[in-house]
Write a protein that binds this ligand. Sequence first.
Ligand SMILES: NC(=O)c1ccc[n+]([C@@H]2O[C@H](COP(=O)([O-])OP(=O)(O)OC[C@H]3O[C@@H](n4cnc5c(N)ncnc54)[C@H](O)[C@@H]3O)[C@@H](O)[C@H]2O)c1
Ligand SMILES: [Fe+2]
Length: 402
Amino acid sequence: MLKLYYRLYQFAFRIIVALIPYHFPQVIAKENATLEVAAVVLHRLKRSRVLLVTDAQLTKLNLYGPMLEHLRAEGVQVTVFDKTHVNPTIENIEEALTIYHQNKCQAIIAFGGGSPIDCAKGVAARVARPRKSLRQMKGVLGVLRKIPPVIAVPTTSGTGSETTLAAVITNHHTHEKYAISDPALFPLYAILDPLLTKSTPAHITATTGMDAMTHAIEAFIGQSNTKETRSLAIKAVQTIFEHLPRVHRDPSDLQSRAHMQHAAFWAGKAFTVAYVGNVHAIAHTMGGFYNTPHGLANAVLLPKVLRYYGQAVHQSLAELSDVVGLTKPHLSHAEKAQTFITAIEQLNLTLQISTRISGIQDEDIPKMARNAYAEANPLYPVPVIFTHRDFEAIIHSVRAEA
Ligand SMILES: NC(=O)c1ccc[n+]([C@@H]2O[C@H](COP(=O)([O-])OP(=O)(O)OC[C@H]3O[C@@H](n4cnc5c(N)ncnc54)[C@H](O)[C@@H]3O)[C@@H](O)[C@H]2O)c1
Ligand SMILES: [Fe+2]
């Protein structure tokens, strides 16, 4: 009965989503694209004071140095907030919000991986909704008001946050990690400069790339995909299979870096319309409890969850298996799906990603299962609606022995 209600809810949402105009960002994609940001701020947005939201590691690497110098030389007043944590917190956002107001900022440049980009979106949401807490904006359509312009400059090729309507936020007091999803949160611009991802350490390249893979696959196998999201997901899966091992092997391969940026972007677009699924629901609760890197959790969970789905995903995974060129035509859907899941496991192995997640405490698992269940239902149009027990079984299966 409950499952029927969830499916009806998802059906209603499909209709609503079809009626909402989605404004995906304008893209500037090329080497040194960051040097175009000043012109975007001054001439297209007609603003002159911006908050740059980033993290301390990127400051240390001086990754945004050339862009900052250029912005200031062109007369843009830039205030830098670089205290974003991995898995950004409510405190990060509130602190950055104060700085935004103190400096009378008019726009935000979100520079970094998904963490700074989501922190920036959180700030923008709070600017638009000063009387609503982040907690109150949790879930879907909690913002519904124009935010200040956000220019997203991703430095990982993974989350796709530069093109999604979501900001994922952690309350580290309650261990809760949740998304605020609202069409108001689309960045206005996405700056895809492959030079920025060259410095990404191999394990972050690997796990963030698998985050993008998970977005594409969860969107593809879900029940709310459209012709367009299917085609975006297929392009992303093909590209990631081809180019992720290359950038992992050779970090300076700029062509493959650029392909990965596009793949993450396509996968982000696909899941913005078609949603993610149970893999993400579990990955988020792990991030909330143990600060587990998002991409790592997804990479480890993805093959486990796909196997657990069984027959419900055979046809869709068989299709992916075909487009990636893994299987021969005479095989059954079940055989093709198994081949595809094995290829994901093999890719994880090539990328030196473990098969387990450390730090999971047995006593936390029931609460994590409840969180994952509450995140997935009724919203995510997953191929199989998991029970609490299913979630617990999967979390147990990836738990590393202490
Ligand atoms: N909003 C969305 O649609 C969406 C989608 C998926 C995930 N997320 C969220 O995004 C967050 C994860 O983002 P992420 O995986 O991109 O990682 P991240 O932003 O947390 O960064 C991970 C680490 O990599 C470093 N790093 C980033 N770019 C680098 C570079 N070019 N060179 C060297 N180091 C670099 C960072 O400094 C940080 O230490 C999670 O909170 C996750 O839940 C959001
Ligand atoms: Fe993700």
